[in-house]
Ligand binder design. Sequence first.
Ligand code: SF4
Length: 501
Amino acid sequence: MDCQQSPSDQAEHCDFDLTDQDLDGDTLREECGVFGIFGHPDAATITALGLHALQHRGQEAAGIVSFDGSRFHSERRLGLVGDTFSRADVIARLPGTIAVGHVRYSTTGETILRNVQPLFAELNAGGFAVGHNGNLTNGLTLRRELVRNGAMMQSTTDTEVILHLVAQSKRNRFIDRFIEALRAIEGAYSLVSLTNKKLIGARDPLGIRPLVMGELDGCPILASETCALDIIGAKYIRDVEPGEVIVFDRHGVQSHKPFPPMPPRPCIFEYIYFSRPDSIVGGRSVYDVRKAMGAELARESHVDVDVVVPVPDSGVPAALGYSRESGVPFELGIIRNHYVGRTFIQPTQSVRELGVRMKHSANRAAIQGKRIVLIDDSLVRGTTSRKIVKMMRDAGAREVHFRIASPPITHPDYYGIDTPDRAGLLAATHNLEEMRQLIGADTLAFLSVDGIYRAMGEPGRDPAHPKFTDHCFTGDYPTALTDLTQAEAQPRQLSLLAEAS
Ligand code: SF4
């Protein structure tokens, strides 16, 4: 460990060995964000801004497709939105008043250009682009059937089956073709689509992934989260409802409900980690819900300590809620370096062994000699939590307790989240005491499933009618998992897809 004394501010920063595992290396990653706008002269620029606000939903690649009244234009790039779409020459190649965009984090299909969305194809019904947030649980099965019937796949994403299903539909109207395709797919999807006349949005019947409607200068917008409306000063209209297909064209807006009604089950992890704290999801402030989770955690498993320390950034609201409920002071005991991004300084192995810390440092002034409780949003593999506990001890904390503002993750996801398979989930293979010993904390506790439902304003979880998709904690998958049962393969979408490509 390497510490520098600075007598002037009575502080000492200690950097510690985390080698190449950064503090964010042990968390679930959301797969993708979508945005679309109809009828605006700066459609591509506004879409780029919306995607920038959704960057937390996917950092691997971004794409925009626009239509200028006669031609479609597509720009797809690996990398961050700001690296690509901040360039005037790129935006200039996207003329038109309708545009859709996508930011990507891959769960299905490799990180290669042909998998970057929106995917576009010229169909006999005209040009069609689609951007997808979520994951289809029968994508592989449909893909095999389509390939058997002669379809030629251009990507290894599950999303591409939607293009082929629309292309193969015998229906006359485009919207009927689109709805016929939706009836064939299963799993989680929030879609933005573009034709030469329409902007179309759709959400799966359970509403697992979010999708909202907004308006700017009278022009309708679709976006994964309200934070993408805020960045451009657009007005929030409403959420696209679960099972709704919404169409914008020069005649106005049409709403279709092609599925039998069923109780919605939005993904509860959107509140725990995925959505930005300043977003309103399903009518709830993500920030307020996370504070409520922290307060529930304090009510369920408080421990006698001197300070509450969040694991930044996602642990901050829960730590605030915990601090207010328990009356224990809140302190920033871990300082995050927000300028790491795509770590431009790649330390050599020898430097790394010196313990250079890229993203986070211990703030000794806040924790030395103190009994602390660390608050984080979730625990997946446990590698990061172990390093954080070591960091606090090395920086002089007297006791280090750990509280997780969500239940133990025991089951992998199939709805658009990159989770390890069960063997890689610490809580699926270790009991509480084993996990405590492994991360080296004095005590460890998770928020209960009922506790997280109470934080959402529910009395608890009703097993007969659960209000949320929560199977990473409960194993209660809300839809059939056709690919899995069909393939009887290991539970990892990527490996399933590798078979087909
Ligand atoms: S497993 Fe379910 S609750 Fe967990 S992240 Fe995935 S969709 Fe959300």
